[in-house]
Ligand binder design. Sequence first.
Ligand SMILES: [Zn+2]
Length: 134
Amino acid sequence: MTLSTWSGACHCGAVRFAFQAPSLRAFACNCSLCHQRGAIWVGCADAHFQLLGGNDALSTYAFGTHTATHYFCRRCGAAPFSHPRLAPAHWVVNLRCVDGVDLATLEIHPFDGQHWEDAARAWLQAQAMASAVR
Ligand SMILES: [Zn+2]
């Protein structure tokens, strides 16, 4: 599996990061937070994520079950990545903060975060089926 590298930053540039993924499988969550932020996410393994700068500018937000950790820049407010509730040891990166991504060219898959338990079950089943086929 070939991995490509993408990089990005928050709006003010204090927080910089890079990550590797086989492709940009984008999804949009409709939970109360993602709805307000308009985030478009792509997942990546912890080993494939690098914070390149701005650790001191980052703050975190948690709500609901407090399983997820949502990072944002204290200076500009942009929210470039989170540890998602679905896989808190991994990352989701907000494609709106990634350099050179044309969201209009990506298929954006819905994740029904408003009904998180059902959506998570369906997502995990789809993952299991996909890895069985692979
Ligand atoms: Zn910033």
